[in-house]
Design a protein. Structure first.
Length: 459
């Protein structure tokens, strides 16, 4: 069967107190609504339609481009009215229509697969999702007969005292027979209190037309899946649940998480087996971490690729790459474009930006390397700075050849090239190129001699 999905994302989110549409608020590294659209993809949606408002169309379409279809709900007239806006996109094109909510990111795809299976097996016109609420205050109650068949959804304000004691309540997600849905929506009448059209009325219509069995239901095993976001308090609650799920999945896959309560890992992060995450670790974005690493404590890694056997201690890594066995910290900072090749060591309070450090290179503490290419087995002494931003207002490149030795407190004014095996004395200010094997000292540095050097000996 072909499946179309309608995601209700027109809410302004006034309780968020934000200029950002509610469904675009990030949680676990993704906008709320992207958790929902990925869920739709996971259960085989052939078409995903986002119902947005006039105000949210521009920011939501800017965030997702042409990945989805967008329809505008010009008036906020309830969930039934919202789904009706997707009619032109889905009627006659899909066999089933699944309705999801753009700020409800906790539903598991296993639950939706169960919903799909139940409706298809029973050939019900509608299949709904319920859960056990304690207390059930504020929810529509699921009324069943003695056989368990759904008889009605009764809103709390209309419920009898006996019905109010029912703890099985309506979650809101629903799946409909595509051929039946659109004509049934035409029969939904506006609510007498507020003039809005509600999807829940479809249950009564289905039962009236086709009798018991026309509406199927699944009950969530985990009530957390029913939670949605209306304010920032709930955003934090949902984030904590998603983080706990991610941490649990990592631990079951062979990752040691010393303190799950202080470790935060985004949805798309990947971590290899036998890696240890120490307290205070934050792994964000599309970060990948290899096997047998030691990460933390108190380290932030974002949108970076970390190889096997790496160590990161009390450090920040952003849009950077570390290869096999590289290590930094404590208190190191890899900025965008930094690349530490195999077995590079970067010590205390070091910083690298838009630069590659060759295999085996050691960068002492209190050093800054930016816009540079560093060869293999280079020693960068403490306090070394590549002065890449010069008086002409432009950034320039520094190149250091393999096996060079850069003395402590050397200042390398770019553009400059230091040859393989070259040496700078402590405190040198290098403004001109140094040839292979050259020894330069002073301020400005000058070459005082050439040492015997055969690059092949150390490669």
């Amino acid at each position: 069967m072909t499946l179309g999905v309608v995601v209700l994302a027109a809410g302004q989110g006034t309780r968020m107190r934000s200029s950002l549409p509610k469904v675009l608020h990030p949680v676990a590294g993704l906008p709320l609504v992207e958790h929902v659209t990925r869920l739709a993809d996971a259960v085989g949606a052939q078409q995903i339609v986002l119902v947005v408002s006039e105000d949210t169309l521009a920011p939501i379409s800017a965030a997702f481009g042409h990945r989805y279809r967008y329809v505008v709900q010009h008036e906020r007239l309830g969930t039934g009215h919202a789904v009706a806006q997707a009619r032109a996109e889905l009627e006659g094109k899909v066999d089933e229509v699944l309705v999801l909510y753009g700020a409800d990111p906790l539903m598991r795809h296993e639950s939706l697969l169960e919903l799909l299976a139940v409706r298809r097996t029973t050939n019900a016109k509608a299949a709904i999702v319920s859960f056990q609420a304690d207390p059930p205050t504020g929810y529509g109650r699921i009324v069943r007969d003695e056989t368990g068949a759904v008889q009605a959804i009764v809103e709390e304000r209309n419920a009898s005292p006996e019905q109010r004691r029912i703890t099985e309540v309506n979650q809101g997600v629903a799946l409909y027979d595509g051929a039946w849905l659109w004509n049934a929506l035409d029969q939904v009448q506006p609510n007498s209190l507020n003039g809005e059209y509600y999807l829940t009325d479809l249950v009564e219509i289905a039962l009236h037309e086709h009798g018991l069995g026309a509406v199927a239901a699944i009950q969530l095993r985990d009530p957390d899946e029913a939670l949605g976001v209306n304010d920032r308090i709930q955003l934090a609650q949902v984030g904590a649940i998603l983080n706990a799920r991610k941490i649990r999945a990592l631990m079951l896959a062979g990752v040691t998480v010393v303190d799950p309560a202080t470790t935060f890992v985004d949805h798309d992060v990947q971590v290899g087996m036998d890696t240890t995450l120490l307290p205070g670790t934050l792994l964000k974005g599309r970060t990948t971490i290899g096997a047998n690493c030691m990460i933390g404590p108190n380290s932030l890694i974002e949108d970076s690729q970390i190889g096997d056997y790496c160590k990161i201690s009390y450090s920040v890594v952003e849009q950077a790459q570390m290869d096999l066995g590289a290590n930094i910290g404590p208190y190191g900072h890899l900025r965008r474009g930094a690349h530490l090749m195999e077995h590079v060591h970067m010590g205390n309070f070091g910083e690298v930006k838009n630069a590659t450090l060759g295999a085996g290179t050691k960068m002492g503490h209190f050093s800054y390397v930016g816009d540079a290419t560093i060869g293999e087995n280079v020693n960068i002494g403490a306090g070394t700075i590549t002065c890449n931003f010069t008086a002409d207002g432009k950034k320039h490149h520094t190149e250091i050849g393999a096996n060079a030795f850069i003395g402590s407190d050397s200042l390398l004014r770019a553009p400059v090239k230091i040859g393989a095996g070259a040496i700078t004395g402590a405190g040198s200010v290098v403004t001109k190129d140094i040839p292979d094997g050259g020894v330069a000292v002073g301020m400005p540095a000058r070459v005082i001699r050439h040492r015997k050097f055969e690059q092949s000996e150390n490669e």
